[in-house]
Ligand binder design. Sequence first.
Ligand SMILES: Cc1ncc(COP(=O)(O)O)c(C=O)c1O
Length: 365
Amino acid sequence: MYSIETRCIHGSEHKNEDSNFAISYPIYQTASFSHLTPGHNPTGFDYSRESNPTRQYLEETVSSLEGACDSIAFSSGMAALSCFFDRFAPGDHIICGEDLYGGTVRLFDRIAKKNGLEIEYADTTDPKGLRKLIKDNTKAVYFETPTNPMMQVTDIEAVAKIAHERKILVCVDNTFMTPYFQNPIKEGADVVIHSGTKYLCGHNDTVCGFLCVADSELAADYRLLSKTTGATLGPFECWLCLRGLKTLSVRMERHKENAERVSEWLKGQSEVSEVFYVGSGMVSFYVKSKEKAVSILKNIKLITFAESLGGTESLLTYPTVQTHPDVPVTQKEKLGINDRLLRMSVGIESANDIIADLKQAFEAK
Ligand SMILES: Cc1ncc(COP(=O)(O)O)c(C=O)c1O
């Protein structure tokens, strides 16, 4: 098998076999596909909600990167996550990491619970503690590692070992690390979720998501659900993601290099009380007051005050109001998501320019 750098560019093992020998995989911008005679459909493609050649090429590429047996490309990370939860039935108990993207918490609290799922938040960084929470109706453990925004790390292998003793599924949101830095399936996860909007697409220009599956039986269930509920990714966005993926390896190296420089610089600032950095391109930090946090957000010039992450441009986010407004206040307080917390997606501009911008924003009155 080719190395990951090569697979990012050339897709999975198969070559791009376009009939016109195009180097860039074509955008099959069609809703439907013609059949020769009833029952004779040589391409296997019927209707683009279900499958489309551009999407299939992207899905095979992502499967190759994640070591998955199948991957489904969705119109957003939330659509991928919804599909994962659609497979469960009322009364099923799901253990979820307690520090999660705010939209995921909203999905659980507003929709999954209404649909009868028993959602229990737990500290997945302590896998042994999980054992005590497992019940007869426990069907899955779901977590991010590292988490958004507090960068907590869970040992995937340890959780998978405990969960699999009871045939419980393990689902990991791998958005922050990407398959370039972490392969949850190789560590025992059954399902991997991505907000492909972030590093996979990588240019702050596309919203998409992935559900990657380790096992073909499970994959068949998610295929049925995705074609039925229909939030699959359109051909043009598939192509944008394929284009973004070609540079994933070089972007991730640069994101990491820049984020290391930024986190080191932040640690030396008297106005910064704590820095959370565990790899990849994401850094969270506390400043000493809410006023300072607001002043930094107002004064950055090169860095943009915006939500989202994982693109070429550096973005600074205020989690308590932007990404986590729907997380209950008590939970935010417990996790430390307060008005002094800033989260930075360190882009791939010059690290010197990024740090110079932070410096002037820290010093501005
Ligand atoms: C870790 C994580 N998972 C899932 C999502 C949801 O993805 P999307 O915005 O593509 O729907 C996000 C969005 O920020 C995220 O940060």
